[in-house]
Design a protein around this ligand. Structure first.
Ligand SMILES: *Cc1c(COP(=O)(O)O)cnc(C)c1O
Length: 424
């Protein structure tokens, strides 16, 4: 394989030979370690995106990469035509970790969401008694659950949807963070589930009001519909709880202390469940739900392969052993404290919001201006990588292995860059 010599070469090749389905910041990365990445020319950056929260454990974590290498020398893929000696131990590990009876292993986030939708519909027909093909799932405005044809069928984003129809039917979209709208929608016949991001990441890190998720859970329970939590971006320590639905602890929604449990019926995980080392995703549920899945009803050649199992176990061990959930909580408060003080010194930022180390700042400009993009380019020049999300919003989500001192250095870069920007 021929390697590129310069960043420009790499960008030229991607532009010429790759489909243009992304609009990357003009930086070409060649190496990563912990919270740092290096470009082809050797310039060092703080990663403040963490591959959309897939590398919560930091880049190339030695324990996770070690597990990958060790397993790669033994056995990589059997397909599910046969058993393998890693899948069972992984399934035991991951179900105990999150407190569910069973797991269905897949590879990508979108596949896990598709899996949850299929389980939910089948449960609706076989357990709830909804008439076949009449099941409906409630989703939320501005949702992001992936890119498959079914998932984009209920997206609010015109770029994600336009000219990809005909769309999959059976979804009802309601406003986020509005329990009344949910209660109203649940009155309709044939509802089988509610699919929700506990914090809307892609939409610009929208954190719902305190109590909203518990209300969703209890409304689902009282209407006998499945509560499906898409924790692909928010889970695995990112928001200062093991899952965002946990609030501030490691309970996976099964907290003894909480009076009402926001435990989902279907928990959807992806991204950081592998530490960004290998595509791994999962849907977790208890037996009375998961038992609707029988041989032939669902599957994936790579889902549940031994490499994935070894990597995911190591990645989850790192979260626990290095207390990354707790670190995310502590550093998140520090970050929002500093940004809240900072926004008093600039006209350019109107708001900081988020939870744990999933945060965003809202730029004071029209939605279609390029200010957030321009700030991200300037941040890059100053050694910190972040990306705008929809509208004029910049998401800040560093790896959870960051130290307090490093976080302060990052805040210094963000503040001075934005102040420079104001001066221009
Ligand atoms: C990233 C993401 C997905 C899709 O995951 P892919 O691995 O990109 O398919 C789904 N839901 C949420 C909330 C995400 O952040």
């Amino acid at each position: 394989m021929e390697l590129v010599q310069t960043s420009n070469d790499a960008i030229t090749l991607e532009n010429k030979y790759g489909a243009h389905n992304y609009h990357p910041l003009p930086v070409v990365l060649a190496k990563g370690e912990g919270v740092y990445v290096w470009d082809v020319e050797g310039k060092k950056y703080f990663d403040f995106l963490s591959s959309y929260s897939a590398v919560n454990q930091g880049h190339c974590h030695p324990r996770i990469v070690g597990a990958l290498k060790e397993q790669a020398d033994k056995l990589t893929l059997t397909s599910r035509a046969f058993y393998n000696d890693v899948l069972g131990p992984y399934e035991k590990y991951v179900t105990e970790y999150f407190g569910f009876d069973k797991v269905l292993p897949m590879n990508t986030g979108a596949e896990a969401v598709e899996t949850a939708i299929k389980i939910c519909r089948k449960w609706g027909y076989e357990k709830k008694g909804v008439a076949e093909n009449q099941g409906k799932i409630i989703v939320f405005d501005q949702n992001f659950h992936g890119r498959t044809t079914t998932i984009i069928s209920f997206s609010s984003d015109p770029d994600a949807r336009k000219n990809f129809g005909p769309y999959t039917s059976g979804f009802i979209k309601i406003p986020y963070n509005d329990p009344k709208a949910l209660a109203e929608a649940l009155k309709e016949d044939g509802i089988v589930g509610v699919l929700i991001e506990p914090i809307q990441g892609e939409a610009g890190v929208f954190v719902p009001d305190e109590g909203f998720l518990n209300e969703v859970a209890s409304l689902c329970k009282s209407h006998n519909v499945l509560f499906m939590a898409d924790e692909i971006q928010t889970g695995i320590g990112r928001t200062g709880g093991l899952l965002a639905i946990c609030g501030n602890c490691d309970c996976a929604g099964h907290c003894e202390k909480q009076s009402t449990y926001a435990t989902p019926d279907l928990l959807i995980l992806g991204k950081a469940i592998s530490g960004g080392v290998y595509p791994v995703s999962a849907v977790l549920a208890n037996d009375e739900i998961m038992e609707v899945i029988t041989p032939g009803t669902h599957g994936s050649t790579f889902g549940g392969n031994p490499l994935a199992g070894a990597v995911a176990m190591a990645a989850l061990e790192v979260i626990r052993d290095e207390k990354l959930t707790q670190n995310a909580r502590k550093l998140g408060e520090l970050f929002r404290d500093r940004m809240n003080k900072f926004i008093e010194r600039t006209e350019l930022v109107t708001l900081v919001r988020g939870k744990g180390l999933l945060n965003a700042i809202v730029i004071n400009d029209t939605e279609d201006s390029s200010t957030a993009w321009d700030i991200c380019v300037a941040l890059k020049e100053n050694g910190l990588l972040a990306k705008p999300t929809h509208g004029n919003i910049i998401r800040f989500a560093p790896p959870l292995v960051m130290t307090e001192e490093e976080l302060h250095s990052c805040c210094d870069i963000i503040e001075s860059t934005i102040l420079e920007f104001t001066a221009v």
